[in-house]
Write a protein that binds this ligand. Structure first.
Ligand code: PGA
Length: 255
């Protein structure tokens, strides 16, 4: 398992935070604090209405802008949804799919997650695919089974070529927004399990090249230890990404 063959990606997930004007200020500050830090890719996944101003504010910097969801149909009567073509035309390069909050509060299933991810890939986007076990599943000792199943269902039908644009974010649901972080060993163990499933599906070469992030209360205090693990290739960061100084320190830890 060699880290050198795959990209480290530090991505912020702003969730439902930041108005457009706040977004512009935060993108600019994040960009200036992380200027020249090219040891990892830096992405901020922002609310839909923030995308256009955020893309503008990120121009000429090493911050890339992502969205937090995408619909699987190309267009039509799907009130409240946004298509992959709308995202690409607005300058988005990345999109989060399958976040546990979408699964928990908005009824998303592995099937819809898979369809959304496929639509994003078809449009040329890079997908940050989130999966992870809930507390009861960890306590029942079935984390391996759960993440293996999610990995297989969520990636169903993707080609090896498409896998070059899939980042997997291992996010134990019990660690999200709770202040409880997986230990570096726990994060490493599950990221390695996921890589093993990718290897089963696509072979070792694709698995070695796949970026697998950890997410769940990652912050500027614990990032370095987590990112030091062989199979942890970055982070998906919620709360700490809202504070540019903290996010920049996580980017620093990834250098
Ligand atoms: P958190 O969120 O860092 O606030 O725990 C992570 C996520 O939901 O991606």
């Amino acid at each position: 398992m060699k880290k050198e063959v795959r990209k480290t990606v530090i991505a912020g997930n702003w969730k439902m935070n930041m108005t457009p004007s706040e977004a512009v200020a935060a993108v600019k500050e994040t960009a200036s604090l992380t200027a020249g830090k090219d040891g990892c890719d830096i992405v901020l996944c922002v609310p839909f209405v923030d995308i256009a101003p955020a893309v503008e504010a990120a121009k000429g910097t090493n911050v890339k802008i992502g969205a937090q969801n995408v619909h699987f149909e190309k267009k039509g009567a799907f009130t409240g949804e946004v298509s992959a073509d709308m995202l690409t035309e607005t300058g988005v390069g990345y999109v989060i799919v399958g976040h546990s909050e979408r699964r928990q509060y908005f009824g998303e299933t592995d099937e819809t997650v898979n369809k959304r991810a496929k639509a994003a890939l078809d449009a040329g986007l890079t997908v940050i695919l989130c999966l992870g076990e809930v507390l009861e599943q960890r306590q029942a000792g079935i984390t391996r089974e759960i993440v293996s199943m999610q990995t297989k269902l969520d990636l169903a039908g993707f080609t090896a070529e498409e896998m070059k644009r899939v980042i997997i974010a291992y996010e134990p649901v019990w660690a999200i927004g709770t202040g409880l972080t997986a230990t570096p060993d726990q994060a490493e163990e599950v990221c390695a399990i996921i890589r093993g499933v990718v290897a089963e599906l696509y072979g070792g070469e694709v698995a070695e090249a796949t970026t697998i992030q950890y997410g769940g209360s990652m912050n500027d205090g614990n990032a370095k230890e987590l990112l030091a693990k062989t199979d942890v290739d970055g982070g998906l960061i919620g709360g700490a990404s809202l504070v540019p100084e903290k996010f920049a320190r996580i980017v620093e830890a990834a250098q």
